[in-house]
Ligand binder design. Structure first.
Ligand code: DC
Length: 233
């Protein structure tokens, strides 16, 4: 059991990609004043590091070495986080579709997951942490006070991703995006190491037909209940 998750309040928000975790975690962090961990970015950075240095994604040993040696820095402002890999701003690069697919591959390797564990736990500092991922409540912070599992239908998640890409000037193919989402769900849910499953004590929220505000208020309500405070409402 992880002792740091006991000393400060930890809110874990797990779920599949595109369910709205990123946006909601940021909002929850703003409302609570807690730190924010985007754990997916660590898998994306490992994947990007492999792609940049020509390491074969199938070479578990070398990919694990890259994960251990990652030289990363997060610059957090109210509305965004800039990510630096070995001093280079890779904020845009880590979000690319092919980096996401590669991240999903390296995330299936148990030694890669083990290499990133302490780095993730080190984010649990006062006054608290909001942790965004797939296994935050099950593996990384099993003692977290508040556990949320946020989901949405694959179609809705694809629709949101298409809108996001259109806003950044792309002309995405809905069918290809939906197929990608399904492939990633399948791999994330069926891998043997830390598969995407809700923790037994997680509150399961489905954002398919809910606005961000509705989901945010359900999460803040849960935090208030579990931590015995109403100050975030
Ligand atoms: O949330 P994201 O799309 O940035 O995550 C990128 C990949 O990393 C995704 O395929 C799932 C994986 N991941 C994981 O296995 N465990 C986490 N805690 C976070 C992400």
């Amino acid at each position: 059991m992880n002792s740091s998750s006991k000393s400060v309040p930890v809110v874990t928000i797990d779920g599949p990609g595109g369910a709205g975790k990123g946006t909601l975690c940021r909002l929850v962090a703003q409302r609570t004043g807690y730190h924010l961990l985007d754990s997916g970015s660590l898998y994306r950075l490992t994947a990007l590091s492999a792609l940049q240095s020509g390491v074969d994604l199938a070479d578990v040993e070398r990919v694990t070495s890259l994960a251990q040696a990652l030289n990363i820095r997060f610059e957090v402002t109210d509305n965004s986080t800039s990510i630096f890999l070995a001093g280079e701003d890779v904020t845009g690069a880590v979000r690319r579709e092919e980096v996401g697919m590669a991240a999903s591959k390296v995330a299936a390797y148990p030694p890669v997951r083990a290499a990133l564990l302490d780095r993730q736990r080190a984010f649990a500092k006062a006054p608290g942490l909001v942790a965004d991922g797939r296994d935050m409540g099950t593996v990384v912070f099993p003692g977290a006070e508040v556990k949320i599992f946020l989901t949405a239908s694959a179609e809705e998640r694809a629709r949101r991703r298409v809108l996001q890409l259109q806003e950044s000037g792309d002309t995405p193919d809905m069918a290809a995006i939906l197929a990608d989402i399904r492939a990633r769900d399948e791999r994330d849910s069926n891998r043997s190491a830390a598969p995407l499953v809700p923790a037994a004590d997680a509150l399961i929220l489905d954002s398919t037909d809910q606005s961000i505000e509705q989901v945010l208020s359900a999460i803040l309500e849960r935090i208030a209940q579990q931590t015995g405070t109403r100050k975030f409402q």
